[in-house]
Write a protein that binds this ligand. Sequence first.
Ligand code: ATP
Ligand code: MG
Length: 183
Amino acid sequence: MSSERRLFLAVALDDDSRHALAAFVSREDLPEIPGRRVPPGNWHITLRFLGRSTQLQQEKVLAELDQELVHDPFLIGFGGLGTFPYPKKATVVWLAVAAGGDDLVDLAVSCERAAVAAGFDPEERPFHPHLSLARVRPAQNLTALVDEYPPFPGRLHVDAVVLYESITGSGTTVYRELDRVGL
Ligand code: ATP
Ligand code: MG
């Protein structure tokens, strides 16, 4: 149906964190991250990918999130770089979450409950908190980059779950914030 939207739930970066991370990854004393970079305006930490959804499913998941999100706001700290699926054949380069990862897992569990209660199929894959920075095609061996890259010293205040629409297809993917549920 053409009215369906591609949706996902995520933690957003505030402007200060975005600018600090953008400055960090472009530091000249650090190795350049290869591949097709995710534009800083698109940086986020996915909690639950929902995929194509109707307006009704969108409303349901927001209502369920209102019930499920009983968490208090929290801080996360970052690590260095990691890759999917693994460093020797990396196709995605991401920034690791080093502190507060357990809180993010709790949040992802609540998002999963809300999604299933709203009628989405259960997620089979384990949740791995990360912030995608680049896509690498073809895959590269990035073992050295991952080993030498220092941790990003910034902190992120997590105080909401954001529902995004992902608009793909015409060049750069654009994310549009549709709603947010505060913690
Ligand atoms: P593009 O696909 O155009 O390269 P993108 O992957 O950022 O861009 P989407 O595919 O819409 O855009 O994905 C939105 C978010 O959901 C991203 O964080 C992506 O990693 C994540 N995501 C996409 N598909 C899945 C999936 N099947 N399972 C889990 N997470 C997913
Ligand atoms: Mg994608």
